[in-house]
Design a binder for this molecule. Sequence first.
Ligand code: DQA
Length: 141
Amino acid sequence: MKKIIIINGPNLNLLGKREPQIYGSQTFNEFFETIKASYPQIELEHFQSNIEGEIIDKLQEVGYSYYGIILNAAAYTHTSVGIGDTVAAIETAVVEVHISNTFEREEFRHQSYVAPYAKGVIVGFGLQSYELALQSFLSPL
Ligand code: DQA
């Protein structure tokens, strides 16, 4: 079975209670259970950390054996040369996702250190961004 992991960065553990006007009112765990049930043909995992180095460790751990990585590095997207370097280094394809449309927000959110090394970027579709990323791995062009 294809192994795909969703890696979420800082503050995404607060989904559901964090700025719901931007990020919605569903918790990630609720969403994750639904999506997992909808795609039984995939071995889907989820990892979240608020710590940059733990995200790097996880990318290195899965990045040579898993079929796909869906990465929402959250605020680190805009600051972390380290996470960008890891995405460049690993072999597994990474799809970058964001819940909000980062391009309609502050200027500093327009920059991504991940995007140059990502297979693609999905931005602004709420939690559905994750599902679109998953679908991109299931039916590659
Ligand atoms: C985010 C967008 C980032 O700018 C922000 O720092 C986040 C969440 C998103 O999914 O919309 O924490 O990655």
